[in-house]
Structures are given as structure tokens and as C-alpha cells.
Design a protein around this ligand. Sequence first.
Ligand SMILES: Nc1ncnc2c1ncn2[C@@H]1O[C@H](COP(=O)(O)OP(=O)(O)O)[C@@H](O)[C@H]1O
Ligand SMILES: [Mg+2]
Length: 303
Amino acid sequence: MAENAYVAPAGKPVPGVSGAVADSRIPALQLRGISKAFGTVQALEDVDFEVFDGEVVGLVGDNGAGKSTLIKIMAGAYLADTGEIDVDGHKVSLNSPQDATRAGIETVYQDLALCDNLDVVANLFLGREEISRFVPFLVQPMNEVDMERRAREVLTQLDVKIPSLRTPVAALSGGQRQSIAVAKTILRNPRVVLLDEPTAALGVAQTRQVLNLISRLRSQGLAVVVISHNLADIFEVVDRVVVMRLGRRVATFDVRNTTTEQVVGAITGAEFGLAARQYGDHPAAEGAREQPVTPAAPTMTAE
Ligand SMILES: Nc1ncnc2c1ncn2[C@@H]1O[C@H](COP(=O)(O)OP(=O)(O)O)[C@@H](O)[C@H]1O
Ligand SMILES: [Mg+2]
């Protein structure tokens, strides 16, 4: 039971929690009523989501819960079947990753999309040269000196330590590569950064680097969404945890007054008594529940 940990989505009343105040600020990014099906699989069902400036939200849930699908909708990689997306309170259409970039939303996927044989500077500016090619007489391509200066600035701003800007990224550690992928997004001046499993492939020290980096993004006022399987990481770096299960958002916690057990309970459904009762609501769910917890449709399977 997570009554004291319950945080209402912006603008919504807080059911069953005395003293809690719903946030009246406008989210940097807000999704409402998002549904998405792949054939007969309902990957997302009427999902609301919000992240504020200077906030890190952890998106957690079992395999197949719908986390990546939700992130891809925020990133413009998938189109939702229903629902609305607002950036800064203004409705946006995210029909492509370019639309998301224009709206100030950048995503770092697990595969990082770096070119191993190219050096740090080349990777940071990869894909940006084209902009100047369209208007060659108006905008000169950034020269190597400018790119190196800008690369140094952004890495300093993020406190990322790299042996040399001219090192091929293949020679860097996993944590450094993750940092380069994040720095690459920062060069586009986003206001929302989405990270899908940023520490999954990393050891302890490198995980530390990436968690520090996420903290720095927050302290610079960015809105950050992190998907992670690692609840220890989540608890260290996030402000709120949003729990997905079988395509629905089932709970939200403020990490300051939440235990890992409560979050695990929401992920597995044990908190709502679903382990014991497959169908219907459970009294223990009152307060922590945001949407009615309905049993999985026969076509929906957790992986
Ligand atoms: N491109 C796709 N085609 C078909 N089914 C998909 C696709 N992407 C995701 N799914 C399904 O949607 C559900 C949610 O998946 P996903 O968003 O990847 O969950 P998570 O990231 O939480 O593990 C799963 O049942 C998954 O099999
Ligand atoms: Mg996923």
C-alpha cells in the first residue's frame, strides 16, 4: 500500500490522500489518453504521462509493459492510435523523429547509434553537416576548430571526461560511450531527454558516471525520462517513478517516501492483490491506483 507515496498527475485530484497537492505547473511534456495496438496486441491503453522541467521520471515495468512503445511515441518513432501530446502546454504532432527534435525532445536508445571508427568530435556532429549543405552560401559548415571547441564545451558542461576528443569511440568505455550519446542530444538544445535503459550494459563505475550525468541534466533544468530495469539506479536518480503494467500506467510514486518493495509490488501487481485475485479491484489498491486495474485481455501477454 503506497498511499503516502502517491503523486497525482498534474491537474488531477489526489484520491484518498490527505495533504497531498496535485501539481499545477505545466509539464514540459504531457501525454494524455495514449493507446497503441500492434495487430491484436494492445501495447498501450489510455496512458497519461507527464514530466516537468528539472525533473527526472523513472519509467518502470515488467517486460512487455509498454515502456519502449511509450518512449517511441514521445520520440516520434511510433504514432499513437489515440491520444494527445503537449509540449509546454501546446499540442504537438509527432509524426517523425524530426518532429520530436523540433519540439525539443531527444532520445538516447540502447544501441546508441554511434559510429565506432569515428572519433568523439565526428560522432557528436554526425548528421548535422547536412543543415549547412542546403544553404551553402548562407551557412558555412562548422569547421573542425569550431566543432572541437563546441564538443569541449558540451563535454565540460556535462562533466564528461574523455581521454582525447580525437579518440575513436570504439576505444571508449561503455559509460563514456553512453555519455557521448547523451552529449550528442544536448548539442541540439533539447528540453526533454528520453533514455531507454542507459545503464543496462554498464558496470558499477560506469553506471555511476551515467547516473551523475542524468543528475546534471536535471540540474540544468531539463526534463528527463529514464527507463530502467534497475530499481537501485532508479531510486538513486529519479524524482518520480511511473509504473506500467500490461500497457497501462498503474501507479506513480515519489521516491522520497517510497520503498523498493512498494514499486516491485506495483510492477508485479502484488500490491493490488492481483497475484491472489486475478480479476477485479482490490481494496488495498485504493489511493495508489490511478486507473482501474483491469485484468489483461486474453490477447495481451506479458513477455
Ligand atoms: N513493433 C512491434 N510489433 C508488434 N508488437 C510489438 C512491437 N513493439 C512492441 N510490441 C508489443 O507491445 C507490448 C509492449 O512492448 P514494449 O513497449 O517493448 O514493452 P517494454 O519496453 O515495457 O518491455 C509487448 O507485448 C510487445 O510484444
Ligand atoms: Mg523495452
